[in-house]
Design a protein around this ligand. Structure first.
Ligand SMILES: NC(=O)CC(=O)C(=O)O
Length: 309
C-alpha cells in the first residue's frame, strides 16, 4: 500500500474571528491511554484493541499517546522506529491506516519514533477516514530536563527536532498538533488559534515529577487562553522502563473546563466535543476583540520569512 500525504498546509487559512465551523460540530473523541511494553507487536495489537473499543463507544476521532509502540526510553527509540519510505516495515503505520479506513474514523496516531535520512524524529501521524496519511507532526520542542535527584532525560541526545507547526483540516474541524513538551510553549497554541484551529491534540507522556503540578495546568491554560478545545493522551502508568508516566489523559473545553479525564491506568476516555461552545465562549468573553494589538503583536516567523505557517 502506498502512502501519500494528502495535505499538510492549512486549506483556506481562517482568521480567528469570525470562527469558521466545520459541517460536523458535535462528535465523540476517544483518548486511548495504552499500556506500553518493550514488545512492539504487542503494543500494536493492544492499540488496535483499544481503538476498536473507542469505535464501539461511538468515537469518530481517536487520539493515541506519545510513544505508544515503544517505551518512552532512549534505549528503545531507534529499535522501534519506522522509516515511512520503507513500505515493508510499516507495522505501526499500516495498522493505523487500516483501522482508520475500516471504521471511517480520523486517528491522531500519538507518536512513534520515525527514521528519516539518518535522523530519528518523535513523530505524530494523522490518518483520515479514507486511511490516508493526512499530515505528520515532528515534535518541535524536545524534552531535555535535569532536576538533580529527581529526573534527568535528554530527548535531544536521540531525536532531531521538527521545525514546522502542523494544522490538519478534517471533517471534524481544523486540528492543530503538538507533542507533549510542545504544550509548554503558548506561542504554538496561539499560532493555531490565529489560524482558526478548533481543537489542539497533544499526545504526551508527562512523568511523576512534572505531571501532578503541570499536566492539567498546561492543558487548561492553552484551552482557556485560546478559547478552543484541547485533548491530551498519555500512556498508562504501568508502562515499563525507568521513566514513570503520569497518565491522566484529558479533554478540556474552551472555558478551561474538564470534560473528560482519567487516572493512571489503561483506559479509553470518551468525551463530547461541541464546537458551539467555542462560539459561545468567544461571544461572552471576546478576547480577540479586546486584544491590544497596538501594544503587542503576535508574529509568526514562518509568515514573516515568506513561508507557509
Ligand atoms: N515527553 C515529554 O515531553 C515530557 C514532558 O514534557 C514532561 O514534562 O514530563
Amino acid at each position: 500500500m502506498a502512502f501519500a500525504i494528502d495535505t499538510k498546509e492549512p486549506v483556506g487559512v481562517a482568521t480567528s474571528d469570525p470562527l469558521q465551523l466545520p459541517i460536523i460540530t458535535k462528535f465523540k473523541i476517544a483518548l486511548c491511554q495504552l499500556i506500553v511494553t518493550p514488545n512492539k507487536k504487542e503494543n500494536i495489537e493492544n492499540a488496535h484493541r483499544l481503538i476498536e473499543i473507542a469505535v464501539e463507544q461511538g468515537a469518530r476521532l481517536v487520539v493515541l499517546p506519545e510513544m505508544w509502540n515503544c517505551p518512552y526510553s532512549t534505549d528503545y527509540f531507534a529499535k522501534h522506529a519506522e522509516d515511512f519510505d520503507d513500505e515493508d516495515a510499516l507495522w505501526t503505520f499500516s495498522m493505523l491506516s487500516e483501522v482508520a479506513l475500516l471504521h471511517k474514523i480520523t486517528i491522531i496516531g500519538g507518536s512513534m519514533p520515525e527514521w528519516s535520512n539518518g535522523h530519528l524524529y518523535n513523530t505524530c501521524c494523522i490518518f483520515g477516514p479514507d486511511g490516508r496519511l493526512k499530515a505528520k507532526h515532528r515534535k518541535i520542542h524536545l524534552f531535555d530536563i535535569d532536576i538533580p535527584g529527581e529526573i534527568s532525560f535528554k530527548e535531544s541526545d536521540t531525536f532531531k527536532a521538527g521545525d514546522e507547526p502542523t494544522i490538519v483540516d478534517t471533517d471534524l474541524g481544523r486540528i492543530g498538533i503538538g507533542i507533549c513538551h510542545d504544550i509548554r510553549f503558548p506561542e504554538l497554541a496561539m499560532l493555531y488559534r490565529e489560524k482558526g484551529v478548533h481543537l489542539i491534540c497533544y499526545p504526551g507522556a508527562f512523568n511523576m515529577s512534572t505531571g501532578e503540578l503541570l499536566w492539567e495546568l498546561e492543558q487548561r491554560a492553552r484551552a482557556v487562553d485560546n478559547q478552543l478545545f484541547v485533548a491530551t493522551c498519555s500512556p498508562a502508568r504501568d508502562s515499563c522502563g525507568s521513566y514513570t508516566i503520569w497518565g491522566h489523559s484529558t479533554l478540556v473545553g474552551p472555558s478551561g473546563e474538564i470534560i473528560a479525564t482519567s487516572g493512571h491506568q489503561e483506559a479509553v476516555v470518551v468525551g463530547e466535543v461541541d464546537y458551539s461552545k467555542i462560539k459561545l465562549q468567544r461571544k461572552s468573553l471576546p478576547l480577540n476583540k479586546q486584544m491590544r494589538r497596538d501594544i503587542y503583536k503576535f508574529v509568526n516567523k514562518h509568515e514573516q520569512n515568506g513561508l507557509e505557517g
